[in-house]
Design a protein around this ligand. Sequence first.
Ligand code: ADP
Ligand code: MG
Length: 454
Amino acid sequence: MADIIRLLPDHVANQIAAGEVVQRPSSVVKELLENAIDAGATEIQLIVKDGGKTLIQIVDNGKGMSGTDARLSFERHATSKIQKAEDLFNLHTKGFRGEALASIAAIAHVEMLTRTEEDEIGTRIKMEGSKVVAQEVVVAPIGTSMLVKNLFFNIPARRNFLKSDQVEFRHITDEFHRISLAHPQVAFNFYNNGSDVFQLPANDFRKRIVQIFGRKTDEKLVPVEEETHVVKISGYIQKPEFAKKSRGEQFFFANNRFIKSPYLHHAILGAFEGLIRPGTHPGYFLNLEVDPGTIDINIHPTKTEVKFDDEHTLYAMLKSTVKHSLGQFNVTPALDFEQDQNLDTPYSYKNKEVGIPQVVVDSSFNPFEAVKTSRGNSTSNYSKPKVEGWENLYLGMDMSIDGDNHSNLEFESEVVNSSIFDEGQEVVDHTTTTFQLRKKYIITTIKSGMVVIN
Ligand code: ADP
Ligand code: MG
């Protein structure tokens, strides 16, 4: 039999790879946004039309590309982010597989405009179905603009498989949420069919959450913070009373990358157990920072499924950290009868404003200066410090105990035999008086003072 095995031409191989990397317009948005982040952009614009089917454009102010790099970037396995296999275990970039641009260019019309800071003139490249149809030097701002038109123009079956514009737009929005939450320090603008969707200035994580999910979200958030040698957990959970019927506001980020993890999600559910109604889902926005050597991101082309080295420990830590935060912020039901009364605010200070303690110093006070007493003999100032206004210390303090006034205390005159204190407690004075108060307390005098027995 004649040999039948052949190497597939590049454009076919790219189209096959695209099948994994690009499922729908939102996959393109994800890959291009991640490239912009990896390029160090501080400002990124996302422009889409018709759910991304007709147009997706991403403009960044990142480091841009030289003319040669711009051309090479569309080759399969062309990347600036890793060089050797070991680099896979020390990843600090979103991308590393070098196949996104090759895949996208295989199934769409792509136009790239890019310039680096060092170059005075930029590059414009047009690709159609893996072929370069134009390359020229042009005037361009620093950074990169990627225009992706007519997705799946050459694969009708895939194009027909796409959902309505609204559904595709929702997928894009989900992707936008994930990336903009993972990078709150980057400013994002998002336009759909010519109108604003999001204008997000650079911010901290909490404010970014509020920017995206609305002002009301702020009061729902409870901070989560824990650092161990395995993981640093930070972020926010939503208070249990805001758990929703629909899933949606659940975000795990591992080293600034959105990840899906049903296993870790289960840990959160465990922490919320008993606090939310069955069938409702708690919201969370949690960052897990781990050593890049302990996480494998390369188990799926879309890189949202990852493998942690020590998943069981992570599970336990996440569960207890979230539980702790829920308890600390008093969102778990309080068990009053178990509360230590000693921790209560003293009766007289309850419901009172707390003032700043003040120290009044008499700056003219001189302990060595002699003062004349009314009787004419002089005495040292030191022996008679001025403690004026000491009564003020007790101002505002209700002197009554539990509403009882001391003068109202009834003394039941039932005299108890004082001999019970005779042994060992040598009572010299036999005129000792003993009272019983409310059939509960015995009050008596002894040599050195008084004893109250409950
Ligand atoms: P990967 O991101 O996995 O490296 P891509 O196909 O997404 O692969 O991109 C290939 C290369 O093109 C990147 O490694 C990067 O050097 C370059 N590149 C892509 N997008 C940009 C961008 N927006 N700005 C600067 N360089 C980019
Ligand atoms: Mg990439």
